[in-house]
Design a protein around this ligand. Structure first.
Ligand SMILES: NC(=O)c1ccc[n+]([C@@H]2O[C@H](COP(=O)([O-])OP(=O)(O)OC[C@H]3O[C@@H](n4cnc5c(N)ncnc54)[C@H](O)[C@@H]3O)[C@@H](O)[C@H]2O)c1
Length: 344
């Protein structure tokens, strides 16, 4: 079978660390044919191993007839424009999370892809990590009964290049970055919803800017979601641990007849506590950055295109996670719980 032509728009951190390795892992099925980045060197470096074309204009990637799907790995403020343009060009899309900055943008993107008849897969990569997939399957099999409480905590070091925290880089510019809620907590809101299997009813949150050199980009969020089926989910993201502090992640899910816990930097990466005993499966890859997850994510899009079937994660799922995240930000600003009906 011919290899599917792939284009890459945005050749920065996540493209280098996740999407290019994923393309390489699936090299029997896909081929990188063109890249684009406003940083010409980044575009060229990403293209070089494949002998692919490169450009500083993302539209050059979209213009190619030998590309069926594009990966959009640019900052969130560019997703709406680039995904809509990709749809208009008839390209299937794997776009990084968060889907968009607003629900109006999200709806335009989803509509554009639906009208063009192309798939839109949003890169909620954690849904494709083995550990999370196992957890979801365990819940589906009734191992812990009905889910009642969920907690997802994530701490990231500020030991990134200093520029990350300054307006010279999008992540440090409050005009174009949603900070920890949009970069990180949108994963948590997605997982709380996915693992609970319930829709959010209301959200309450606190946010903060805790890093002195940070100029207004939120680096802390604590949120609590009340779900319609009776579950409560909470999440806390802190992007301000000292340099060298290991990326830390913890997930706890308590059900009516058991619990599941998953942690990074823990010799017992996944422990299940059920009435029939405690189980310690083999060690897993890191929760937060799992290379096989990105290959599974890309394979999901490729298979959906080839088999002409629906995606396991339609974009409405990413929209729902975005809605909870935006409700959390609004709650923090307005100092009150936000009913999800207010976010429609
Ligand atoms: N799935 C995950 O776990 C995960 C992890 C990290 C980042 N992300 C997401 O990936 C996206 C990118 O994050 P990143 O950390 O790679 O950022 P980054 O700044 O490292 O890379 C972004 C790249 O986009 C390029 N770019 C900017 N404007 C462009 C334009 N108009 N056209 C083409 N390229 C352009 C930049 O030059 C840069 O190379 C964000 O949405 C982020 O939230 C997801």
């Amino acid at each position: 079978m011919d290899r599917m032509g792939i284009g890459l728009i945005g050749c920065g951190g996540i493209a280098r660390s996740a999407h290019l390795p994923a393309i390489a892992a699936l090299c029997e099925h896909v081929e990188l044919r063109a890249t684009a980045d406003v940083d010409a060197q980044a575009a060229e470096a990403a293209a070089a191993p494949w002998g692919a074309a490169h450009s500083t204009d993302f539209r050059a990637v979209l213009a190619r007839p030998d590309i069926a799907a594009v990966i959009v790995a640019t900052p969130e403020y560019l997703h709406a424009e680039q995904v809509s343009a990709a749809a208009a060009a008839g390209k299937h899309v794997l776009c990084e999370k968060p889907l968009a900055r607003t629900l109006a943008e999200a709806d335009r993107m989803i509509d554009a892809c639906a009208s063009a008849g192309v798939h839109l897969l949003i890169g909620h990569s954690r849904r494709f990590t083995r550990r999370y997939m196992e957890i979801r399957a365990a819940i589906d099999c009734g191992e812990i009964g009905a889910v009642r409480l969920l907690r997802e905590n994530e701490r990231r070091s500020r030991g990134r290049p200093q520029v990350w925290w300054t307006p010279a880089h999008w992540t440090g510019n409050p005009q174009i970055s949603g900070g920890a809620p949009m970069i990180n907590a949108v994963h948590e809101t997605d997982l709380l919803r996915w693992f609970s299997g319930q829709e959010a009813e209301s959200v309450q949150a606190e946010i903060n800017v805790t890093i002195p050199e940070n100029v207004g980009v939120i680096d802390f969020i604590s949120l609590t979601v009340r779900f319609r089926g009776g579950a409560t989910g909470s999440a806390e993201v802190l992007n301000n641990t000292p340099p060298g502090y290991p990326a830390f992640h913890q997930l706890d899910i308590y059900g009516t007849s058991g619990a599941i816990r998953a942690r990074d930097h823990d010799l017992t990466g996944l422990a299940r506590f059920t009435d029939s005993g405690t189980e310690y499966p083999a060690q897993y890859e890191m929760l937060l950055h799992s290379l096989p997850a990105y290959a599974r994510e890309l394979a999901e899009l490729v298979n959906a295109i080839r088999r002409d079937r629906a995606l396991v994660m339609p974009p409405a799922e990413a929209r729902a996670a975005l809605a909870i995240t935006l409700a959390a930000i609004r709650s923090a600003h307005e100092g009150r719980a936000i009913d999800m009906g207010e976010m429609a």
